[in-house]
Design a protein around this ligand. Structure first.
Ligand SMILES: [Zn+2]
Length: 471
């Protein structure tokens, strides 16, 4: 039994913990934008109590009930953005995917991995700096589960949902240093075993890398997709599938996938496919930005946005200048792209000529679209890459409100779990994750990066608290 002194002490500690948590802050006078229902509230007051939004109301308030007031007149408050497709095991630099472009003679892959592991907090801060208060890591080594744990214990970090290693139709030996991010699975029984191993880590998602080529046709991997989905669903885990061809995506959904990642880029989606996605309540994450970045880096045509240059990691960005690599060290894929940059750009253009109209078709049909970047891949910068994604979604014909809905309320559905239902919206009881803007993103989506400050878990951060700018 506890002594009465220790009970008293516990009580005091409880009170202290409670008061530390329960600071009341009110953001007064801003326009509150709720993309979930498309409504905007002028001259609003958002009352934050601890880590939660207590209430949102309009007009004059009783000062006594507001706690510490922060004047937000002329500002715009949104739910914190959510990037539903990132990879923490990749830095975004030139050396991060030796399976795609082997530059390990310039920088050994183990050095790259060590750098990545040493910069997790840096990456977290860059997400918050970009107004991104939650991210979904859609596949990486078992080490990903450590990243989630670290994020949960770090104030200046986004909320993190993770998948473990990707269940793949093809192997990627160059990424295997003992804890591979991609695991080739050869039959349904192996798939079930692997899902059980993943389930022990309580993943937010299981991810399938459904890569199709002439040696790996759509149908040969279907039984593995089915077994993976069955076993995952038996453990109440949703399954996300990488599928970039129409028939691959269709097969994935027919086999029970919950989430499609990347766009269909080989042909226009047809009515049957659109209906299938709607009937099955599939969430699709288009990751448009990643489709241009490999080709643009390799052909020395990189088009980083001002946000990426200012808020991206400077070491990562410096590495992306391909002309600094001794020509004799360049793999053929890069040599070809460098010699014929127009062809590289043309391929990107052709991809967007299919992917952008497909996004518009799916959005218009009412399919749930969640914004995501695939950040961490070569040239796709952790954090601010989301604003390039917004530009491309705009180019596809989405309105600013639709884009913001994809990056908040819809993305929260993809995040899922216990947290998903409490993020992505500004309403009583929701977690106090907010982005405060200096200009109106409904007038122009470019204003989505005009960030005044960011609130995560009820704590407000000025940009300078998060990232030293390099612009
Ligand atoms: Zn990815």
């Amino acid at each position: 039994m506890k002594s009465s002194a220790s009970i008293a002490l516990s009580f005091v500690l409880l009170i202290l913990a409670y008061t530390a948590h329960a600071e009341k802050i009110s953001l007064v006078g801003a326009t509150v934008i709720n993309p979930a229902d498309g409504k905007t509230l002028p001259n609003a007051t958002v009352v934050i109590n601890g880590d939660r939004i207590e209430r949102v109301s309009m007009g004059k308030q009783d000062a006594a009930a507001l706690g510490k007031q922060i004047d937000c007149a002329g500002k715009f408050i949104l739910p914190g953005y959510i990037d539903t497709h990132v990879h923490f095991f990749q830095s975004g630099d030139l050396f991060t995917r030796p399976d795609g472009a082997d530059l390990s003679s310039v920088r050994p892959y183990k050095d790259e991995v060590a750098w990545v592991k040493g910069h997790v907090n840096d990456v977290f801060a860059r997400y918050l700096r970009s107004g991104i208060t939650s991210v979904v890591d859609v596949g990486g080594p078992f080490w990903n589960f450590e990243v989630r744990k670290t994020a949960n214990a770090t104030a200046k970090a986004p909320r993190v949902a993770v998948a473990g290693p990707l269940i793949s139709s093809i192997s990627r030996e160059k990424l295997d240093l003992g804890d591979p991010p991609i695991v080739k699975i050869d039959n349904p029984e192996q798939a079930r075993d692997f899902v059980r191993k993943l389930a022990a880590q309580n993943p937010d998602l299981v991810k399938i890398w459904y890569i199709v080529d002439k040696d790996h046709p759509v149908d040969s991997f279907r039984p593995i997709v089915r077994a993976t989905v069955d076993e995952s669903h038996a453990h109440k885990i949703r399954v996300a599938v990488h599928a970039t061809e129409l028939e691959t995506a269709r097969a994935a959904v027919e086999e029970g996938a919950d989430i499609l990642v990347h766009s269909v880029i080989d042909k226009p989606v047809d009515d049957a496919f659109v209906k299938l996605l709607k009937d099955r309540h599939i969430i699709l994450c288009p990751t448009l930005v990643v489709f241009e970045r490999y080709g643009r880096v390799f052909s020395h045509q990189l088009n980083l946005t001002p946000e990426e240059k200012a808020w991206g990691n400077p070491e990562v960005i410096a590495s992306l200048d391909i002309t600094k690599i001794p020509p004799d060290k360049l793999p053929d894929r890069i040599k070809t792209a460098l010699a014929k940059p127009d062809e590289a750009l043309d391929r990107i253009k052709k991809t967007y000529e299919v992917a952008l109209p497909n996004l518009k078709t799916l959005e218009d049909a009412g399919v749930t679209i969640a914004a995501g970047t695939d950040a961490g891949n070569i040239g796709t910068i952790h954090g601010p890459a989301l604003f390039r994604e917004f530009q491309l979604m705009k180019q596809a014909g989405l309105t600013p409100m639709q884009i913001l809905q994809c990056a908040t309320a819809n993305a929260a559905k993809l995040f899922g779990g216990e947290t998903g239902p409490h993020i992505g919206k500004i309403d009583s009881g929701y977690l106090a994750d907010l982005v405060i803007l200096k200009s109106n993103p409904i007038d122009d989506i470019a204003h989505a990066s005009d960030i005044d400050s960011v609130m995560k878990n009820g704590v407000i951060y000025r940009p300078a608290d998060l990232v030293a700018e390099t612009r």
